[in-house]
Ligand binder design. Structure first.
Ligand SMILES: *Cc1c(COP(=O)(O)O)cnc(C)c1O
Length: 473
């Protein structure tokens, strides 16, 4: 399978090439040249497969430059019951007899759905780097979920180091402890004197120095990584088959969304032939995506206009993977996509009203909804009372939008993107009690913390990276 850019004709190589590169040279995102589809007969042969075997069948058409036996081995090592604390990896649980289901994606090491893809990245990075005799120094910025998922995924990986910036003193005590309690020679936690945007700006500034970047093998694990998107498509298949529907019958999915990576993976699954009816894009008060799906106008918001909400992992003003969706909507028209993103880059909206593209959006099955802090609290409380199940604030956004769009006789699968223990304050505000933590996280706030405080200064950050890498010899 060849990969191309959403914005041009550049040949980006094959899977292993796009795995290790960020944006395409023309600023676009990597996409497979075509999307292979399963016929309904082929789909039936996927029913009942164990998670790693299903992952192989779904991902193999996109990863044909790694020997079959090696890919199978990597997938079995990734999707192991010990790592995800469940033999199903992503179990599906009904909420009473409401025809609503919770797809549990958050039983992995960091208690958020990002583990599902990031754990695969850890294994596949190690494999490809080994084959090429290269190493990778991941530089990232996090306000919580991405950082801990990345660090847990890269633990003990010999060819990978992680330098993770977080805003000093601004993460929750639990999220901070998840990252800072790690005492591993390849993990470097940097508490930056600044806010999250400062962290992101510093990462961008380092990446803008092409010479430094090349000399020190600097890379990223951000949400535009194609391997992450692809790995996430698998659990839509897993959930669909767990519903045990008649062949061809539809299921709807509701997805708490921020950077559009998770819901785009659902669209990929649908494009591959999985009978998904509605694919709901659930947003919080930061509702650029809801605005698009209800009006046809996509208008990104600058960072200073993004509100801090009680579902913080969805606080975005610009959804990076959205470009992949619009590219597919145009029928892979790279010049069109390029034009739109030029507008976006210059602060102009993408306006599809009245166009054939808008008809294609309508036909794609994606719709959206928005919720507020009060909705979130109410949903957490209601789901707890009605079904005896505690959910986190992000999952609550998804459940609420799912309930609003439910169709009689069609199951609605709501993606659980984090465990309530990860966002205890809001959950406590809703139900008056602190959610239970998995035993392995009891008392982690009391563990010794490993981190360095740095000023908001790109030269100091570069010097730090150089010094730490030299120290490792
Ligand atoms: C990252 C994240 C999201 C948003 O997912 P996207 O793929 O960025 O749309 C939602 N909920 C939680 C808990 C997350 O960590």
């Amino acid at each position: 399978m060849k990969y191309v850019s959403t914005r041009g004709t550049a040949d980006l190589g094959r899977f292993s090439d796009v795995l290790l590169s960020g944006l395409a040279p023309d600023g676009g995102l990597a996409m497979p040249e075509s999307i292979p589809t399963f016929t309904s007969t082929e789909l039936e042969t996927l029913r009942g497969l164990a998670y790693p075997d299903l992952a192989f069948r779904v991902m193999r058409p996109f990863i044909d430059d790694i020997p079959e036996a090696d890919l199978k081995r990597l997938l079995h090592a990734t999707y192991a019951p010990e790592v995800f604390h469940s033999k199903d990896i992503t179990p599906l649980t009904p909420l009473g007899d409401s025809e609503l289901f919770i797809l549990e994606l958050s039983n992995g090491p960091s208690l958020a759905f990002k583990d599902v893809a990031m754990q695969f990245l850890g294994h596949i990075f190690e494999y490809v780097l080994e084959a090429r005799g290269e190493q990778l120094n991941i530089l990232g910025a996090t306000s919580g979920d991405t950082g801990s998922a990345a660090e847990y995924a890269m633990l003990g990986k010999a060819r990978v180091n992680v330098f993770m910036l977080s805003p000093h003193g601004r993460m929750s005590a639990f999220q901070q402890a998840q990252m800072f309690s790690l005492a591993e020679p390849n993990i470097f936690n940097i508490a930056l004197e600044g806010v999250f945007d400062d962290c992101q700006d510093l990462v961008k500034a380092v990446n803008a120095d092409a010479d430094f970047k090349a000399r020190h093998d600097i890379g990223a694990v951000n949400s535009i990584n194609w391997a992450r998107v692809l790995a996430q498509a698998v659990y839509y298949f897993k959930a669909y088959f767990a519903l045990n529907l008649a062949p061809g019958a539809q299921a709807d999915f509701s997805v708490p969304s921020g950077n559009f990576g998770n819901v785009f993976a659902g669209y990929l699954a649908k494009s591959m032939g999985l009978p998904i009816g509605q694919l709901l894009v659930a947003t919080n008060e930061n509702d650029v995506l809801n605005e698009f799906f209800s009006t046809g106008v996509y208008h990104v918001r600058p960072a200073q206009r993004v509100a801090a909400t009680s579902s913080p992992s969805m606080d975005i003003g610009k959804a990076s993977n959205f470009e992949r969706y619009l590219y597919l909507i145009t029928g892979s028209d790279a010049p069109q996509t390029h034009g739109w993103w030029q507008d976006v880059g210059e602060g102009r909206p993408v306006d599809l009203r009245g166009s054939a593209h808008w008809d294609a959006v309508k036909a794609s099955g994606l719709t959206s909804g928005r919720s507020t802090h009060a909705d979130r609290l109410d949903t957490i409380r209601r789901v707890d009372r009605q079904y005896g199940r505690l959910i986190d604030p992000h999952t609550a956004d998804g459940v609420l939008i799912g309930e609003r769009h439910q169709r009689p006789g069609v199951p609605m699968v709501c993606l659980e993107t984090a465990l309530p223990a990860k966002f205890e304050e809001t959950v406590q505000e809703a139900v008056g009690r602190v959610p239970k933590r998995p035993e392995r996280f009891e008392g982690i706030e009391g563990l010794e913390k490993h981190f360095d405080v740095l000023p908001n200064d790109v030269d100091r950050l570069k010097a730090y990276v150089v010094e730490k890498l030299a120290g490792k010899g």
